[in-house]
Design a protein around this ligand. Structure first.
Ligand code: MIG
Length: 765
């Protein structure tokens, strides 16, 4: 290469100082290495290694042979793969049956294709590069038809082409606008879909990272402020296969306890035990199902974690016991900041144990949060996680089974909004700066909390809700999207945000229903509850000082519709729980962007205001005030209006009507939907079948919903098959696994569509 070290000024447009990027340069020598090859280039080293047959790992280090360290995001060890290495005219070919890496050597450039020869990624005049300040970056050619998804919790539309996204966990109270970039979560993963085929890229780096699909038309780049440029390329070729590959790599969610997927009520704050009792009594009296009540920061004594305010909550264990008898869980908030208070046992113990974050010189890091000057646990060390986990006995001894982690970016009240970047974390013995580990703080807190709870709950499933996280957070927690507002725009935004969280390996997510800040209004709360009832996580939460937004806050009309939709959520739980089981097993999101199921349909590329619940249910909420209609895109196939059973052909837009008490909801032919006729407990099950000419199948899953006994086979599976010939519906039902007896006593079959006869398991009905 003539110009091994080129100077470019990619930041020029933004007015930042000119910077010099050094290209990795020509290959000086290379050698075979485990499942791949190691390249020594003019300006650094690159390891190309198959991590699994369909996952290629590329690691660049400008200074030394890559150390191949992995972050906590990685949940699976490298798998054995048959790797073939050959020289070719272009340079070198390293391949498995699924993926081919083609390396040109002068300069070093990467091109990746799949077995069919389909191009995934390609580097042209720019490839891997770095700056002497530690930044590593790589450029890839951007094809005209490339669309980008994933990248965790971001504002804006579904497709991130034309966006530049930063990963830096941030407490953003306001605003959440289309231009707001870094929020609470960092997921440095994206999926590219090009003409119906997909591949994925995961940049395993906890420093601040940037993904730029905006600045240039012909190429995109991703970069990290420090560390190795360590990324995994996933082969697809379908979008769902990319999700399978990414979620294998970074782990999948545990099955949630059933109570975690019911309706949750929160407020900043229900301030006294009396207020909580009143709230729960109102739900009961109004016959609105409820599974959990949240205690925001006012439950604590001076905002000290692991305490209750004795005036406001004199006997918390009695309250929790009482509510638990009503089938209601209490979920207290736990922030990472521990008040600097020499009379507080947690503070003293943490100090004595060396559990709090420190500077290099040994001084404690302190920052201001709710309790005043506070210290912060150094969750990166195993002993600290152990200790923090144990503190939760304070809650679990009272019967608490769920925890809400907030402010865990960590958020600190100062100009940078977070911890000093020079704080040194003790990463299980290795010292690393906060600058390097900032994005992972919430993930490690999540691990500490989840594992602590799990140990203490004697076989019961914990529930953890978190604001901050990094790739892999799905293994420990559900994610809510932080401080949204009671705006219609934020109702709209919650859909692409949660669809992309699902693509990013995080299936269990939701936004504050009704909006957190600003004041909710009658129609907004009605429409938002309709949407929330079909989101994976369903919680109504609102800010201090805002208009109340419990289901009955806006009068009888709104209350009765809201109640109807919360009840509908409970009817749908057997179906939703089965989807969670699928998420647990394969990583498939519960709430799906249409492009996951219809990647070849260009109408789905940026479809941000409707989604699928599983494969066959299409949800198209009303997202505007004073509106009782909207355009809905029905993809190919035959569809039924859920409410009227009216049948329609897809691959077209329709105009759906929906008065206040309706939500446009469409069921695809072939759907098999189990629904509870009653809730808490469901003792009657209806299976709604929409048979098509082809055989369709659904594997209904159930278990006790509260313990890990399913891991020993204590679960139930019912396989249902259905098809139609002429006007006869054929149904085959067979119990696949009987390790658990569901609570329902009867099952009824309801066939939809023009059907005159029904044959079940060979018997005419
Ligand atoms: O900024 O604990 O996002 O849900 O109610 C205030 C009080 C800190 C931010 C969370 C919000 C919660 C609030 N917290």
């Amino acid at each position: 290469m003539e110009d091994t070290s080129f100077a470019i000024h990619p930041d020029r447009e933004e007015g930042t100082e000119a910077a010099t990027y050094h290209d990795i340069g020509d290959v000086v020598e290379w050698k075979k290495a485990e499942q791949g090859a190691l390249f020594h280039c003019e300006n650094g080293y690159v390891f190309v290694q198959f991590y699994r047959e369909d996952i290629l790992r590329i690691t660049m280090n400008p200074k030394t042979v890559p150390v191949l360290e992995q972050s906590l995001a990685i949940a699976s060890a490298k798998e054995q793969a048959e790797v073939d290495i050959q020289s070719s005219g272009e340079g070198l070919i390293i391949q498995t049956e699924k993926l081919t890496a083609i390396l040109s050597l002068s300069p070093f450039r990467l091109k990746v294709t799949d077995a069919a020869g389909r191009l995934l990624l390609k580097e042209e005049e720019r490839g891997m590069a770095f700056r002497h300040d530690g930044e590593v970056r790589c450029f890839k050619k951007m094809e005209k038809e490339d669309h980008f998804y994933g990248l965790g919790e971001k504002t804006g539309f579904l497709d991130k082409r034309g966006e530049k996204l930063t990963m830096w966990n941030s407490d953003v109270f306001a605003p959440h606008n289309p231009e707001t970039d870094a929020l609470y979560q960092s997921v440095p993963f994206f999926m590219t879909i090009r003409e119906g085929k997909a591949h994925g890229v995961f940049l395993d780096n906890t420093f601040k990272t940037i993904f730029d699909f905006k600045r240039e038309q012909a190429r995109y780049f991703f970069s990290a402020e420090g560390g190795e440029l360590d990324y995994y390329i996933m082969a697809g070729p379908s979008p769902k296969e990319v999700i399978e590959q990414y979620s294998w790599l970074t782990g999948r969610m545990e099955l949630p306890p059933k109570w975690a997927i019911g309706y949750h009520q929160s407020r900043y704050s229900y301030k006294t035990a009396a207020e909580v009792r009143e709230l729960v009594a109102a739900f009961k009296e109004k016959d609105i199902p409820l599974d959990a009540v949240f205690l925001d920061i006012h439950y604590m004594d001076g905002y000290r974690v692991f305490t209750f305010d004795q005036d406001r909550f004199p006997r918390p264990e009695a309250l929790i016991q009482e509510l638990s008898e009503e089938g209601i869980h209490v979920v207290p908030i736990v922030d990472p900041g521990v008040k600097k208070d020499p009379e507080s046992p947690v503070y003293i113990e943490g100090i004595r144990g060396g559990h709090f974050c420190q500077y290099a010189e040994g001084d404690l890091y302190t920052g201001e949060v709710w309790p005043g000057i506070s210290v912060f646990p150094d969750f990166f060390h195993d002993s600290v996680r152990q200790w923090w986990g144990e503190q939760h006995k304070f809650y679990t001894d009272m019967g608490i089974e769920g925890i809400w982690n907030d402010m865990n970016e960590p958020a600190v009240f100062n100009e940078t909004k977070t911890m000093d970047l020079e704080v040194l974390h003790n990463y299980d013995g290795e010292l690393k700066t906060h600058r390097e580990l900032h994005n992972a703080y919430g993930l490690f807190m999540g691990m500490a909390t989840y594992q602590g709870l799990k140990q203490q709950l004697n076989g019961k499933r914990p529930f953890l809700l978190t604001r901050a996280g990094f790739s892999g957070i799905q293994r420990y927690a559900a994610v809510w999207t932080g401080d949204n507002r009671s705006f219609w725009e934020h109702l709209q935004m919650s859909m692409p945000m949660c669809m992309n969280l699902g693509i990013s390996g995080i299936p269990f997510s939701g936004a504050d229903v009704g909006g957190f800040a600003h004041d909710a209004a009658e129609e907004l709360l009605v429409r938002w509850t309709q949407l929330g009832a079909f989101m994976p996580y369903f919680r109504n939460h609102s800010n201090l000082g805002t208009v109340r937004q419990e289901p009955w806050s806006f009068g009888d009309k709104a209350e009765s519709i809201i109640k109807q939709f919360i009840q509908l959520r409970y009817r749908w739980l057997p179906y939703i729980y089965t989807l969670f089981r699928e998420a647990h097993q394969t990583g498939m999101p519960v709430m799906r962007a249409l492009i996951l199921e219809y990647p070849d349909d260009i109408q789905t590329v940026n479809l941000s205001d409707q989604f699928l619940l599983g494969e066959h249910v299409l949800v198209a909420p009303i997202t505007k005030p004073n509106t009782s209609h909207r355009a809905v895109y029905l993809p190919e196939g035959e569809w039924y209006d859920y409410w009227t059973d009216q049948k329609m052909s897809g691959k077209r837009h329709i105009l759906a009507e929906a008065e206040w008490d309706q939500l446009p909801l469409f069921i695809k032919e072939g759907a098999i939907l189990p629904q509870a006729d009653t809730f808490k407990p469901a003792d009657q099950l209806s299976i709604h079948i929409y048979p098509g000419n082809e055989v369709s199948e659904f594997l209904l899953y159930d278990d006790d919903g509260e313990t890990f006994a399913y891991q020993n086979g204590d679960y139930f599976e019912l396989n249902i098959k259905a098809w139609k010939k002429g006007s006869t519906a054929y149904i085959e039902i067979d119990e696949r696994h009987s390790g658990y007896t569901p609570t329902w006593k009867d099952i009824s079959i309801n066939v939809h569509g023009a059907v005159a006869r029904m044959v079940i398991n060979g018997k005419e009905q």
